[in-house]
Design a binder for this molecule. Sequence first.
Ligand code: GLN
Length: 498
Amino acid sequence: MIRKTAVQMAESLAQGETTSVELTQAHLDRIADVDGKVKAFLHVDAEGALAQAKQVDEKRKSGEKLSPLAGIPLALKDVLTQKGIPTTSGSKILEGWRPPYDSTVVSKLKDAGVVIMGKTNMDEFAMGSSTENSGYGPTFNPWDLARTPGGSSGGSAAAVSSFEAPLAIGSDTGGSIRQPAALTGIVGVRPTYGAVSRFGLIAYSSSLDQAGPFGRTVLDTALLHEVMAGHDPKDATSINAPVPAVVAAAKSGDVKGMKIGVIKQLQGEGYQKGVQTRFDESLKELAALGAEIVEVDCPSFEYALAAYYLIAPSECSSNLARFDAMRYGLRTGDVNGASAEAVMSATRDAGFGREVKRRIILGTYALSSGYYDAYYGSAQKIRTLIIQDYAKAFSQADVLVSPTAPTTAFKIGEKVDDPMAMYLADVATIPVNLAGICGMSLPAGLADEDNLPVGFQIMAPAMQDQRLYQAGSALEAALLSKWGAPILDKAPALGGSK
Ligand code: GLN
């Protein structure tokens, strides 16, 4: 049962072949069986999940009309608040904090009857590309437990790829949904900025953060996308427009006549051979389906990483000021009449990890009065140039494509002491965030040299998210017949208990 797609599970529920309680229990059993190895979850709310499942079963029995994902279990990145459930954002500074309210995403999931099984591991405050920056230890890639699942939403991606959950939610500030989706062989979407409410999403970099769906198929991901998205008056940057018809697009999956632009700057040198090979093959598949492949030039992308690593730390240095030892979670050093300042300083020192401190310092420096124009100001100008590059490219193509990440899953410990190497893992995903547009990663096969999943990235203009699903489902179907089975079927079994 756990190896089915969410759509198949929903059918089984509708047919009365199974119940949500059974389905949820099967996934909780799987978690108990393998999560000792994978470590996708920080907190499992078995009791709450079964209670939610029971409620859905009762509603179904009474003939109530239910949403398409009602009764389907899900794993939630620990960056989103859920009332009464421990929420840490992967940080020791929030250990023990139980939010008094639901994020809008969680409210929407609950309204749709989606069963939230627990909170997943992540890089602390979503800063990282491997989940090794979590204050609670790393998550392991189900394909090879010596490797990272990517990050920062590594727990959510690992939960879906290890069949602990059919669906999950992540957040993507610079690639944190698409990159781990690529490294674990699943589908992940970063919706258009403003399409999904940020209310209750613990802030990292507010102008870049956006929550989005993970699934094992394009259609599963589309169904979750429609549940999460929509205008929210509680978020000042929320877009007040109808949600793009992503489910219909995923069902149609037609690329005949579609113009697909390959971004010259996001391939070739620096990309692993097997990644580039699978990417090139996917392009051929799309061309065979009737798409027109063109090359587009985005010269400013060369500076995207540098601009991102000024803007994101600047915003984080401001956002993380709220962790002041008074309002949430941890408080240390409160002895012998210590001053508020001393307590704040001791708490932030004990509660924040190395990468978070590095970014707060970097951001504070970039925003300081003497350097503001030179650093933050320049980075914002680059951001404008990137937006202009995209605008020009989208005048030549309906969607743009690239490999999602330059390499397949790397080893635990390989990059964690080398921030620059780690930052490069997002070189192909970051431009989307700077421009506020949308992007998808879907599995494009396995690299020949290491048999690990390769991600294919599709990008579309703001509020044209349906184009991702249209092109994505066409490619998915073509690759399915080429590979003969879903790519996840080729993952080594995780074996028995714990
Ligand atoms: N790896 C990038 C960073 O560390 C992106 C993280 C994200 O998207 N949350 O900032």
